[in-house]
Structure formats: structure tokens, C-alpha cells
Design a binder for this molecule. Structure first.
Ligand SMILES: O=P(O)(O)OC[C@H]1O[C@](O)(CO)[C@@H](O)[C@@H]1O
Length: 517
């Protein structure tokens, strides 16, 4: 088959949305599709059950309902439908009131800034959407997405004099995530230091009855929006988590939801050649042999989509990176995701992609329209948009010629609708892929280990603090006194010294370093 013919037979197009996905450079043979058919059938069956409200997340005993968020009629019962439609109406009203000044800061005027405090799925979606669509945002938006004090200070100094016009959204499904709680406490303190009543600036988005929910209630925050049990953090961008900030920014959230709804509707087709999400999942399977042997490099050729790879990193890696399959067998699944944007990355790591280790496949995101309005000619007859397109097409070809496969996903422009399309496409591809490789995509047991280790470090730190009295001490002295591992104690001591709680006198080895208060 000629390349041109392969292109035709490997393309899934939704012309009415200006969307296409092209797998012609993945070198997939027809026989692959027939071999995969039993797994494909199962994936479609699993998806039907999931959308009908089955417990698709068996380990946590939860339904998985992000697809209902953009079509509430699909919700399995009236109660869940209301959990979608009521907050949606309420958040629209709230955003209108904030934007027209009915809900205003106590110091007068209107809210002009938004500070979103959250982490992981409670931050990445809002960050991605704001970066992609927030150019004309009504509220300048800032994020605390970590427990890094220097990062917090930097964001607060960027907000600067606008603090009294800043609305804070504290977002946590569980309502108990330490990074988010710390960010909230830091923000609250900073408001209070500036003689501002934090509660008149604060809104919570969280599960009913969570610690954050109760805190917001006890402190009379402006309002609380619910986050439901059946929405996972990494798929929450179309719940209150993503929609409250987007509505406040003046982004057309109906168009955003409509884009996702349309992609969902198309990708419910059981005709594989017409199902872009199944095509994508099969492309991943083919590239990595169903074992994640190849990383996915995400290359959107559009600055406003630069956070797409970061967003997909969580969506794909937290969903698919699993030790056990659904039968309890050790499989160590996953697909590593990284990337930034083209053509910028051509001047960074694309050198390795072209010539180095062949451990990846690329996913190009093509946005056909360069900009609104006219462009100047940077060469006779040539615009910057021509260059961008040239680099995308050129890199894709150059990679293929050196044996590196790629997928190309195209949309006409970056808009609320097309962003909805793209997110829904990847969400469903993740669901399908999880079925193809027989894993639960909706839990994250691995994250718990790090959380537990952090908690024991904090306990150890307090023991070390308590033991650091009197004479100079080494890590071994304190380890013996507190019955802890000397290396753990040493790192706790170095941390205390770096943060002004102890003085360090360096010896020739860490064991000879001494510390005192
Ligand atoms: O919204 P929460 O409960 O604060 O959780 C934040 C993030 O932490 C995780 O639970 C684990 O990292 C993510 O899945 C989630 O998006």
C-alpha cells in the first residue's frame, strides 16, 4: 500500500468537528485488529457496564461516572443526575454573581483574581484549561499546587496588592490532602496578616462531610460546591473541580461540556475504524506490545496546549500504572508520558527522539488554525503558522523515516469545544486501554506508600527535634536515643539545620557531622 492509501485507511475523521486521528505512521497491520478483536469486544462491554453504573472501580467499590458529567441523562439514577445538574446550575449562578459584583470582596469593588489551591487532579485540570483557554479570563488565576513554601511565597507576591480582590478556591475531593490543607492554612494566614477576613474570600470544592467541608462550614466560607464519590480526581475537570474556575474565568463551559459529550457519543461506536478513542487505545497497545514498552511523547504544536502532556501524565500514568491486574496477577502496567510543545522541543530533546534510544512513540497534536486574523510574511509568502505546520509535518516524517512511529491528532483550533473533545478522547482511550490490558484504571494504591512514608518522616522529625538538646550530637547519637535509623535521622537533622532550627558542623563524613540547637 502506498503511504497515501495507508493514510486513508488509518484515518478516523469527525469532519463536522474538524477532528481527526491518523495512525498511518504506527505501522499497524490488519491482522493486529483481528487478533485484538476479543479484547476489543471486552473493552466495549466493560465500557457499557461502566456507563450504566456498574462498580467499575472494584478495589474502592466505586462507580466511575465522569462520562455522565457531560450527559446527565446517562446517569444511572435520578439522584446522581441531580448531583450533576444542580451543582452545574449553582456554579453558573455563583460565577455570574461574582462576575457582576453581587458577590464581592468586603473591601469593595469586584473580585479580580482567583487563587486555586489543590493538587493532582484537583489542580491539573484547572491549570490546563486556564492555560489553554484563559487568555481573556475575567479573573487572573494563580495556583498553589504544592506544599513548597517558596512556591507559595512567589505566588503570593505575584498576587501582590490584588490580595483584597482575590477569591480562593480550595479544591480537594477527599478534603484531607496535606499539601492542599497546608496551602489553605498558608493562604488564610496571609490574608489575616493583611487584615483581610479569609472566610469572605474562600470557597471549597470537596466531598460532603470531608474535613475541608466541615472546616468551610465552621468558618462560614462563601460557599461549598460538592465533589462526588463517583468522580475520580484525574477525571474531574468536567465536574465542579474544573467548571467552577472555568466559569469564573468566563470560559464557555457549555461548549466545553458539549465537546466532550460529542466525543463520547462518537466513541461509543463499536465500529473500531470509526471509534477514535479505541483507535488511540489500540495505537498505544500496538506501540508498547500491551505492556507499556514504549513511552508516549506528547507534542502539541500550539503554545496554549503546552500543559497537555502534564495533564495527560496524571490521567494516563495514575490510571494505567498498576502493579496488579484485575485477577491479582503482577503485571506492572503503565505508559510513561512526557512532552511539552512543538516546535520548541525540536531545539531540546527531539535530537534524542530522532537519533537516540527507540523507546517511545510520539503523539502530535495538530491545531490547524494559526491565529485569529492576518499574519505578516516572515519570508516572501510565508507566515509563522506555515513554519509551525512545516515543523510538525517535518518532524513527524523525520521520526518515521528513522523508525519512530507516531499518532497525529488534529483539531481546527483551540476552543472550549475542541478542548472538551480532546479530553474526552483521552479519557475514553484510557478506559479502553485498561480493559485491553485487564487492569483497574480508577484507583491509585501506589500513591499511599509515599503518603505513609511522608507521615513517618514527620513523626521522626518531631522525635529528632525532641532529642536535639544539650551538647552537640551526631546522627548516630540521636538514632540511638530515639531508636531510629541513623540515615533517616541524619536527613531530618540536615533539614532542621537548613531551616534554622539547628546548627551543623561538618565533619569529614556525614557520620561525623554534629548538630546542636
Ligand atoms: O482531591 P484530593 O482528594 O485532594 O486528591 C488530590 C490528588 O491526590 C490523589 O488522590 C493521589 O495523588 C490524586 O488521585 C488526586 O487527584
Amino acid at each position: 500500500m502506498s503511504n497515501w492509501q495507508t493514510y486513508h485507511s488509518s484515518l478516523t475523521r469527525y469532519s463536522d468537528f474538524g477532528f481527526s486521528i491518523d495512525l498511518s505512521l504506527m505501522d499497524i497491520k490488519d491482522s493486529f485488529y483481528s487478533e485484538m478483536q476479543p479484547k476489543i469486544d471486552r473493552a466495549f462491554k466493560d465500557m457499557l457496564a461502566l456507563e450504566a453504573g456498574d462498580i467499575a472501580n472494584p478495589d474502592e467499590g466505586r462507580m466511575v461516572g465522569h462520562y455522565w458529567l457531560r450527559d446527565a441523562d446517562l446517569a444511572p439514577n435520578a439522584e446522581i443526575k441531580a448531583q450533576i445538574t444542580e451543582p452545574l446550575a449553582a456554579l453558573k449562578k455563583f460565577a455570574d454573581k461574582v462576575l457582576n459584583g453581587d458577590i464581592a470582596p468586603p473591601s469593595g469593588g469586584r473580585f479580580e483574581n482567583l487563587l486555586v489551591i489543590g493538587i493532582g487532579g484537583s489542580a491539573l485540570g484547572p491549570q490546563f484549561v486556564y492555560h489553554a483557554l484563559g487568555a481573556d479570563s475575567k479573573l487572573q488565576t494563580f495556583f498553589f499546587d504544592n506544599t513548597d513554601p517558596a512556591g507559595i511565597d512567589r505566588t503570593l507576591s505575584e498576587i501582590g496588592k490584588g490580595l483584597n480582590k482575590t477569591l480562593c478556591l480550595v479544591v480537594s475531593k477527599s478534603g484531607g490532602t496535606p499539601e492542599t490543607r497546608n496551602g489553605m492554612l498558608e493562604a488564610q494566614e496571609f490574608f489575616e496578616d493583611n487584615k483581610l477576613d479569609f472566610s469572605k474570600h474562600a470557597v471549597a470544592i470537596t466531598g460532603e462531610g470531608s474535613k475541608l467541608f466541615n472546616y468551610a462550614k465552621d468558618h462560614n466560607w462563601l460557599t461549598t460546591f460538592p465533589m462526588e464519590d463517583w468522580v475520580g480526581g484525574r477525571t474531574s475537570v468536567m465536574s465542579t473541580v474544573g467548571l467552577v474556575p472555568a466559569a469564573l474565568q468566563g470560559i464557555d463551559i457549555d461548549a466545553f461540556l458539549a465537546g466532550a459529550n460529542h466525543m463520547d457519543a462518537r466513541t461509543r461506536s463499536t465500529e473500531v475504524t470509526k471509534n477514535a478513542a479505541m483507535q488511540l487505545a489500540l495505537g498505544w497497545y500496538h506501540a508498547g506490545n500491551g505492556k507499556g514498552e514504549k513511552d508516549m511523547v506528547v507534542l502539541p504544536y500550539k503554545d496554549s496546549l503546552a500543559l497537555f502532556s502534564k495533564y495527560l501524565q496524571q490521567l494516563v500514568m495514575e490510571s494505567l500504572g498498576k502493579e496488579l491486574d484485575l485477577d491479582g496477577k503482577v503485571v506492572n502496567q503503565g505508559i510513561a508520558v512526557y512532552g511539552n510543545k512543538g516546535s520548541t522541543d525540536q531545539h531540546a530533546y527531539v535530537q534524542q527522539l530522532r537519533d537516540g534510544v527507540k523507546n517511545f512513540f510520539a503523539t502530535f497534536i495538530e491545531v490547524r488554525k494559526g491565529r485569529e486574523g492576518q499574519s505578516i510574511e516572515v519570508d516572501p509568502g510565508t507566515t509563522t503558522a506555515d513554519y509551525l505546520q512545516g515543523f510538525l509535518r517535518g518532524t513527524r516524517k523525520a521520526l518515521y523515516e528513522s523508525g519512530r512511529p507516531s499518532i497525529t491528532i488534529s483539531v481546527q483550533e483551540v476552543s472550549p469545544f475542541t478542548l472538551g473533545l480532546l479530553i474526552a478522547l483521552f479519557e475514553r482511550a484510557v478506559s479502553f486501554y485498561a480493559s485491553l490490558v485487564n487492569i483497574n484504571a480508577y484507583h491509585q494504591p501506589g500513591v499511599e506508600a509515599g503518603k505513609k512514608a511522608a507521615t513517618s518522616f514527620l513523626e521522626l522529625l518531631n522525635q529528632v527535634r525532641g532529642a536535639l538538646t544539650g551538647w552537640e550530637k551526631t546522627a548516630d547519637d540521636i538514632a540511638e536515643a530515639t531508636d531510629n535509623d541513623p540515615e533517616d535521622v541524619y536527613h531530618a537533622l540536615v533539614h532542621l539545620a537548613a531551616n534554622g532550627e539547628a546548627t551543623l558542623s561538618e565533619g569529614t563524613t556525614p557520620a561525623e557531622d554534629t548538630f546542636k540547637i
